[in-house]
Each structure stands twice: as structure tokens, then as C-alpha cells.
Design a protein. Structure first.
Length: 404
């Protein structure tokens, strides 16, 4: 009969209920017990990831070779390392894309414990880079725990919210408990003197809470508190730690220490202005010749603007926008709440990080020291970004999987 299920009636019991309270998926009973899954990956999402990664590697070499040669005597120093991590990251992405994403629930507590331990360890054992405590030395390499923390908080909140979705409208379950989780992560990262990553992790957590059904009144209150806090730090920058307060002052006063705190930002603006509509040509940037400090990192987008111009920079931004939009499309079609929240968290991370980086480079907000995904130099970062893309692709397999 039309509108009537052809499936034989089944008696529902505790064993047929999914672990997160979602509606039972119309898949084989042993779907969740399998480590590997079938179905096609989302080709547009995969293609956009590879295109952005390739553009990032090209621009990394173009932006970094003068500084690499000046500091290490090897123009390929940064590029070779990034290429190695990128290749390893792509292999990891393809492998992870085959794994049943619901197995992430099993590693939630071990991952959380590992992340928190690393965030504590880095406060005592870290590389000496000014006042920053962000990298754990591992022989010739370094490990940045905050990059893992971004993914860890996504899984932690996705598991919590999917298990308590029916109570997310309550004050304690829907607001206090998730905010306590976010506060622990943000507090430890803030102690590393990483204000930008603290803001990013908070934004990730709030985005997942919003998608998970936290009552809207808390967002109204939160917006008011954020506005008040922003006004406070603008009027009294000294309330922040020294380096952050100085960056606020340098952002407000465009004439402040042109050879000091504003050096990098000023030269970033020179690079953007020099690019014009079509750019000076790939490889022809002048500002990367030791004017923009360490152009392979946070300010690589300025070199993109100088060499590729407004047109090229707009194309890069559109590619990021398409990647985010496709990710949300995958999240909306995901067959269960846990997977959907994981994709939302990963897309929120990339979107907020990209937006903040571009705003910093264009002097729209103070210099926060935040990197551009797929473009900025960083081994741990590129590995984690591609690992997360693999998780999204794994979830897209379930989305594309034929119902049986």
C-alpha cells in the first residue's frame, strides 16, 4: 500500500536503540560493529580539498624560499617538509575515509585524556619561542597539542550532545556542562599564550552547541558578554597579557611602532595593495623578501594577494567557501546526529580559522597569530587538517551508502 513500509514489523527493545538516542538507521543490524564502511566518498568535497592543498603547497614554496634561503641556506627547506607531511596527510585521509566514523566514539575518552595531558605537559616542556608555550620538542620535530585539541573537543562535545540531545534545552545539561568542557580546553590553551587558538576552540565549541540544540537565550546573553569583553580590551588593552595587549594597541594606532609591532601588518597591507587586480605574477612578490616576517606562516595570504591579485585571492576564498558549504551539505544528509555534529565542528574550525586569518592579514582585526588552513607552514596542523577531511569523507560514505 502507498505510504506503508514493506519491512516486517520488529519488536523494539533496549538492544535496538542506538547509543546516542537517534532514530534507528535503515542499514544492516551489524553496521555499527564494522570497522570499515562501504559507499562512495563525496567527490566534490575530496576534489576541493586536493585543490586547496595543491594551491597551498605552490604558494608556500613561492612565499617561503627567500626566507628559507636566508635562514637555512636551502630555498626548499619549508617546502620539502610541508610536502612530506602533505603526502603523509593525504594517505592518512584516504585511510581514515574508509573507517566507520562511529568508532570515534570508542576513542573519545583516550583521546580526551591524551589531549589534556599534552596540554599540561607543554606548559612545562616546550620549545623556547619568546613567551609562547605551544610546541613540545620531539628531536628535530615539534608537536603542537592545540592542533589535536581542536579535534578532541569536537569529538567530546559530539558524543556528549548526541547522548543527551533530548535534554539540551535544559540549563545544566544544555549549557553548563558543555561550557565546562569548553572552559577546560580554552583555559589550558590560554596558558600557552595562544589567544587566537583559545578563541578558535571556543568558537568550535559554541558552534557544536548551537547545532546540538542549546537554547537560544544563552546565545543572546553570550553575544552581549562578548561585545562587553571586546569593548573592555579595546578601551583597556593592558587587561590582556603583554603581547596581546600590545597587538590591540598596534591595531588601533596605525602609527604605532612601524618598525616593531606594526611591521608585519604594514608590509602585509603593502603586499595586498601591490597585487592590484591580477597580481604581479606567481613568484614575483617583493614583500616576501624579508619584509613580511616569516611569510610562510600566518601572513601567507598577503603573498597570495600580491602575486595573484584580487582575482586570485577571490578564487581562493571561493574555494574555501565551497568546501565549507559542501561540508555542511554532508552534515545535513548525515544519517545520525553524532556524525552530523562532527562534520559541523570540523567545518566550523576551518571556517573560523580561515576568516580570522584573512581578517588579520587585511588589518580588520588585531594580529592574532592564526594560520591559514592548507596554506600556512606546519606539520602537525596539515596532518590534523587532512585527518579531519578524512573523517568528513568517511561520514560522506555513509551518506552515499545504498540503503539495504
Amino acid at each position: 500500500m502507498p505510504g506503508k513500509s514493506l519491512d516486517p514489523p520488529r519488536k523494539r527493545n533496549a538492544n535496538t536503540q542506538p547509543p546516542d538516542g537517534d532514530t534507528v538507521l535503515k542499514t544492516k543490524p551489524n553496521t555499527h560493529s564494522k570497522w570499515f564502511t562501504t559507499g562512495a566518498i563525496d567527490i566534490p568535497f575530496f576534489a576541493l580539498t586536493i585543490v586547496l592543498l595543491t594551491l597551498g603547497l605552490v604558494m608556500l614554496f613561492s612565499a617561503s624560499y627567500p626566507y628559507a634561503y636566508q635562514k637555512y641556506g636551502d630555498s626548499y627547506h619549508f617546502f620539502n617538509r610541508q610536502l612530506l607531511f602533505a603526502v603523509a596527510g593525504v594517505l592518512i585521509m584516504l585511510f581514515v575515509s574508509k573507517i566507520n566514523y562511529r568508532k570515534l566514539i570508542l576513542i573519545n575518552y583516550p583521546l580526551l585524556a591524551f589531549t589534556l595531558i599534552c596540554l599540561v605537559v607543554v606548559l612545562k616542556w616546550h620549545t623556547e619561542v619568546g613567551d609562547f608555550k605551544r610546541w613540545i620538542p620531539l628531536g628535530p620535530l615539534t608537536f603542537q597539542p592545540s592542533d589535536v585539541a581542536k579535534f578532541s573537543i569536537i569529538i567530546t562535545l559530539a558524543v556528549f550532545i548526541s547522548k543527551h540531545y533530548d535534554r539540551m534545552h535544559e540549563t545544566v545539561t544544555g549549557f553548563v556542562k558543555p561550557m565546562c568542557i569548553i572552559a577546560v580546553f580554552c583555559g589550558l590553551i590560554f596558558l600557552e599564550h595562544s589567544l587566537s587558538c583559545t578563541i578558535l576552540v571556543a568558537a568550535i565549541g559554541v558552534s557544536i552547541m548551537f547545532a546540538g540544540g542549546t537554547h537560544g537565550r544563552w546565545y543572546a546573553i553570550g553575544v552581549g558578554l562578548v561585545v562587553a569583553l571586546v569593548m573592555l580590551v579595546i578601551l583597556k588593552p593592558e587587561v590582556l597579557m603583554n603581547y596581546a595587549g600590545e597587538r590591540i594597541v598596534a591595531w588601533l594606532d596605525k602609527s604605532y611602532e612601524p618598525t616593531g609591532a606594526r611591521w608585519q601588518t604594514n608590509n602585509s597591507l603593502y603586499a595586498i595593495g601591490s597585487g592590484g587586480l591580477f597580481g604581479v605574477g606567481l613568484g614575483n612578490s617583493k614583500q616576501k623578501f624579508l619584509y613580511v616576517s616569516e611569510p610562510q606562516n600566518d601572513f601567507i595570504f598577503a603573498i597570495v594577494c600580491e602575486e595573484l591579485g584580487l582575482v586570485g585571492a577571490t578564487i581562493v576564498i571561493l574555494l574555501f567557501g565551497l568546501l565549507f558549504a559542501r561540508g555542511i551539505w554532508i552534515a545535513m544528509r548525515c544519517p545520525d546526529r553524532f556524525g552530523s555534529l562532527v562534520v559541523v565542528g570540523i567545518m566550523a574550525q576551518l571556517a573560523v580559522q580561515t576568516i580570522l586569518n584573512i581578517m588579520v592579514v587585511t588589518d580588520t582585526i588585531p594580529n592574532t597569530g592564526i594560520s591559514l588552513p592548507f596554506f600556512s607552514y606546519g606539520g602537525t596542523a596539515i596532518l590534523m587538517q587532512l585527518f579531519e577531511m578524512g573523517v568528513v569523507l568517511a561520514i560522506s560514505r555513509k551518506t552515499n551508502q545504498r540503503k539495504v
